[in-house]
Design a protein around this ligand. Structure first.
Ligand code: Q9C
Ligand code: ZN
Length: 343
C-alpha cells in the first residue's frame, strides 16, 4: 500500500492544550506522525510519497472561505496583539448569543474555535494545508489503480466543520477528499469514521446530502467529546435523510461490542455501493490511549482492517486521532496490513 506523507506536519507543534483543567503539553504532537511513519517503513507496507500541491479552492469546496482566511492570518494577528505564544480562544458562544464575527483576534478565535485544545501556532497554516494535500494526493493516487492508499495526515481533520475548527483539527482532510471524489465524477462516496471521537465536522458537512454517506462508530456523546453531536437519532436531513449513521458506544467498550457496530456500519456502506470509501482512521479506541475510554487491544486492529476490506470499494485511509504514541504506529499499520491481507 502506498503511503502519502509530508514532513510539513511538524509545523503544527503547540505548546499547550487545556486538558482536565490544566494547560498541559498537547497530546496531538509531531511525534505521532513520526511513530506512524516509522512503523510504515519497518513493516515495509509500501512506498512513501510526498504530496502534490493543491489549490486552496479544493478546501473551499467544504469550508467557508472566512474560516480558511482566518486560519491563514490568525497567527499574525495574534502575535501583533499578544506575542509569540499559542493562540487559544478566550471564551466561546453560549446558547442564544449573537453570531456576528467580531473584529479583534480574541473575538475571532472565540467565533471560529469550538474548544481550547487546538492551538494556532506559527506553522499551523502550513501544516494544515499540507495535511489536505496529503489527503488529496492520496485520492489521486487511488484513482490511478490499487485497492487502497494511506494518507498519513497530521493535523487530523474530522472535527473541523464548514465554518469552525477544534478537536486538534483545522481543515477536514477526509471531507475535502470525499468532495473531490464527487467533483471528479463519483456519484456515491462513503466515509467510515472509526476514530474514538464522533466526526462532528464531517457529519455536519454532508448532513443534507445523499451522495456522501457518513457512518461513524464513536464514544457516546453523553459521555465524551465532542458532546453535542454523534447521537444515534441523527440520521440526516432533507435529501440527506437516511445517509448519516451514528453508532455510539459506551465507555469501556471492548471488541465484541465494537465488532457488532462495525458489522452494522459495513452492511450500511455496502448497501450504498460507494465508488470510493474514505476511512477516517483513528486508533484512539486503544486501551492505553491517554484521552479515551474504549478498551480495544493491539490484536483487534488487524480485524478492523480485515472487516473494512469486505466492503470491496477503493479505499482511502485518512489518519485522524490516536495518542498512545509508543503503540500508535503499530496499531495503524495493523489496520492497514489487516486490510491488505484480506481477500
Ligand atoms: N482540550 C481527535 O482525535 N479533547 N481529536 C478535549 C480539550 C479533545 C480529539 C480536551 C479531543 C479531540 C482527532
Ligand atoms: Zn479522536
Amino acid at each position: 500500500m502506498i503511503t502519502i506523507f509530508s514532513s510539513e506536519h511538524r509545523q503544527q507543534a503547540g505548546t499547550v492544550e487545556l486538558i482536565n483543567g490544566r494547560l498541559e503539553a498537547p497530546v496531538e504532537k509531531p511525534s505521532r506522525a513520526d511513530s506512524i511513519l516509522a512503523s510504515v517503513q519497518s513493516a515495509m507496507l509500501g512506498p512513501v510519497l510526498a504530496p502534490k500541491d493543491f489549490d486552496v479552492a479544493a478546501i473551499e469546496r467544504v469550508h467557508d472561505p472566512r474560516l480558511v482566511s482566518f486560519i491563514r492570518t490568525a497567527w499574525g494577528q495574534w502575535v501583533a496583539a499578544h506575542g509569540a505564544w499559542d493562540a487559544l480562544p478566550p471564551s466561546s458562544r453560549a446558547r442564544g448569543m449573537q453570531v456576528r464575527e467580531p473584529e479583534t483576534i480574541d473575538g475571532k478565535l472565540a467565533y471560529f474555535a469550538f474548544d481550547a485544545g487546538t492551538p494556532i501556532t506559527a506553522g499551523t497554516w502550513t501544516a494544515a494545508r499540507a495535511a489536505v494535500d496529503v489527503a488529496l494526493t492520496g485520492l489521486e493516487t487511488l484513482g490511478s489503480g490499487g485497492r487502497a492508499v494511506f494518507s498519513l495526515c497530521r493535523p487530523p481533520g474530522h472535527h473541523a466543520a464548514r465554518d469552525y475548527y477544534g478537536g486538534y483539527c483545522f481543515f477536514n482532510n477526509a471531507a475535502v477528499a470525499a468532495q473531490k471524489a464527487i467533483d471528479n465524477g463519483a456519484q456515491r462516496v462513503a466515509i467510515l469514521d472509526v476514530d474514538y471521537h464522533h466526526g462532528n465536522g464531517t457529519q455536519s458537512i454532508f448532513y443534507e446530502r445523499s451522495d456522501v454517506l457518513f457512518v461513524s462508530i464513536h464514544a457516546d456523546p453523553r459521555q465524551d467529546y465532542p458532546f453535542f453531536l454523534g447521537y444515534a437519532d441523527e440520521t440526516g436531513q432533507g435529501a440527506g435523510e437516511g445517509f448519516n449513521l451514528n453508532l455510539p458506544l459506551r465507555w469501556g467498550t471492548q471488541w465484541p461490542q465494537y465488532d457488532e457496530a462495525l458489522q452494522t456500519a459495513i452492511e450500511r456502506i455496502r448497501h450504498h455501493a460507494p465508488e470510493v470509501l474514505v476511512v477516517s482512521l483513528g486508533v484512539d479506541t486503544f486501551e492505553k490511549d491517554p484521552i479515551s475510554r474504549f478498551k480495544l487491544r493491539a490484536a483487534d486492529y488487524p480485524k478492523i482492517g480485515h472487516a473494512i476490506a469486505a466492503i470491496g470499494a477503493p479505499t482511502l485511509f485518512v489518519m485522524e486521532g490516536g495518542y498512545a504514541v509508543a503503540e500508535l504506529g503499530h496499531n495503524v499499520v495493523s489496520v492497514l496490513s489487516g486490510f491488505e491481507r484480506a481477500g
